[in-house]
Every structure is written in structure tokens, then in C-alpha cells.
Design a protein around this ligand. Sequence first.
Ligand code: NAP
Length: 285
Amino acid sequence: MNILVTGASGQLGSEIREKSIKYSQYKFFFEDSKSLDITDFDKVEVFVVENNINVVINCAAYTAVDKAEIEERDAENINLRGVKNLTSALKDRGKLIHISTDYVFNGKSYEPYKEEDNVDPIGVYGKTKRLGEEHILTSEVESLIIRTSWVYSSFGNNFVKTMLRLGKERDELNVIFDQIGSPTYARDLALVCLNAIDKDFSKLSKIYHYSNEGVVSWYDFAKAIMEISGVVCNVHPIETKEYPTPAKRPNYSLLNKSKIKKEFNITIPYWRDSLRDCIKKIEQN
Ligand SMILES: NC(=O)c1ccc[n+]([C@@H]2O[C@H](COP(=O)([O-])OP(=O)(O)OC[C@H]3O[C@@H](n4cnc5c(N)ncnc54)[C@H](OP(=O)(O)O)[C@@H]3O)[C@@H](O)[C@H]2O)c1
């Protein structure tokens, strides 16, 4: 089977590349935004046909949440048009594993979001990701949408690496305590994507939720990053309103993962264990 991983130099794409070594039964094509721009219809079509691609794992996305507020067209171009190009190329040919986000929800819930709960994105990024989902749900391509949250990795830029850097530079840091969610180590999600490749999609649901186990605020997460890494920095809790950003973010991002645990028969790592693994890897690098 031939597998195309788009957005391959991002956090998730890089983790899939690293873990793919153990999946020697597949031939992988790792393409980044330069080698395969998913918004280029012709290039996507030719690539998929010429390389006889059976499965696309779409890690390509416009992910700059704040910038999206002023670059809506660019965000939609990648998060919707790019996805349309992939389904068009895959029609009658292959399957799509697509990654989406907790930002499709408005964050006003008091219990973890289930896959079938009402969506109501509160920012441009979430809106464009939802448009991508809606397209996939109505397309004829066999697809799997995995919604995830608070992704970090030893690759790329993310909250963990920012906290490690700032923690070494400063004595004090203020971090928001009134946004609650579950972090996701991209390496754990990468394994879920790789294990999904040979599943019979016709027997699966269309949408699954995945993050690490446990619940934290950004403040708790930052405290744990300092503790585990041994960085000495005083972290103080602040309210969201004390740290205004161009894009609004959901206050409550917890995803109910019962479905993926049951149907994929997986145990999900606890967030702190995965964080420890990631920090160890960052320090080794
Ligand atoms: N990061 C999070 O906290 C988070 C949370 C929830 C869901 N997600 C979702 O998880 C998935 C993976 O996220 P991630 O954290 O791995 O993101 P990431 O590190 O930002 O990677 C996204 C990749 O997409 C590439 N890309 C952008 N435009 C492209 C295009 N037109 N054609 C091909 N590639 C393009 C980017 O390349 P360039 O850098 O060269 O532009 C980048 O390497 C995304 O679908 C994202 O929406 C992420």
C-alpha cells in the first residue's frame, strides 16, 4: 500500500515519519508544503495518480490561530480547498485520514465533547477546519476525521517548547488558568494514524476524538513542564482576559475519547507520562 503524508514537516507529520520505520509493509511518501502544496489541484491529482496512492494522512493545515483572524482566505484555502483537492484526487482510488480540532466547538460545555455534539466554532481557524470536516462528511471518499487538541511535539513550535525557552530566560511567567483541556503528544496521535491505515473504514465511524488522558489548564501544564524539566521559574495563574489574543479560544476543550478507545481497542497515555517522554526527547536533541 502506498501512503501519502501531507504537511510532513509539521509536528504530526514529523512524528509519523519517525514512527513509520516500524511500518515497513507500506511505502510512504512524505511531502511538505513545498514539495506538494495541497491547494494546487493539478499537482495533488497528478501526485496521487502517478504514485498510486491508497491512503492519504492529511497533516497539512493552516494552524496559525491568531493570524487566521486576518488571513481568513488563506486559512480557508488550505483547510477547505486543500481538503477538497485531496478528496477529489482520492475518489474511487483511496482513503483519507484527516486531522481536525477541538476548536470546532465553542467551549461552553460542562462535559467532554462527544463526536456528535453540536459544533459552533468561535474563530476563523475553527470555522475553516469545520468547513473541511463538512466537505469530507459529504464526500464519497472513505474517510476518518480525528479531532484532537493542544498538540505538542519535539518537532516544530508549540507550548511546551515555548515554556521551556521562556522558563530559562525569565524568573516569572504568567499563564492562563481558566482554559481547560487535554494536551496531545503528537507522537501518540501519530501511532493512532498509522494503526488506522489498514482498518476497514466502512465499519468505522466518520469522526473520532483523541487527546492524551487527563485534564489540565494551561497554567497546570506550564507548571508540569517546569517541574519535569527542572527549570526554575515561578509560574503564576492569570485569567484569559488578562492575556488578550486576536482569536477567541474555547474555555473548555475536553474531548470524550470513549469511542476511539472502544472501537480502536487502544489505551491512551496519561498526559503527564507523554509530556515526560517528550521533554526527555527535547533535552536529548
Ligand atoms: N497544533 C495544535 O495544537 C492542534 C490542535 C488541534 C488540532 N490540530 C490539527 O492537527 C493537524 C496537525 O497539526 P500540527 O500541529 O502538526 O500542525 P503544524 O505543525 O502547523 O503542521 C502543519 C503543516 O502543514 C503544512 N502546510 C501548510 N499549508 C500547506 C499546504 N498548502 N500544502 C501542504 N502543506 C501545508 C505546513 O507547512 P509550512 O510550515 O511549510 O507552511 C506545516 O508543516 C492539523 O490538521 C491541525 O489543524 C492541531
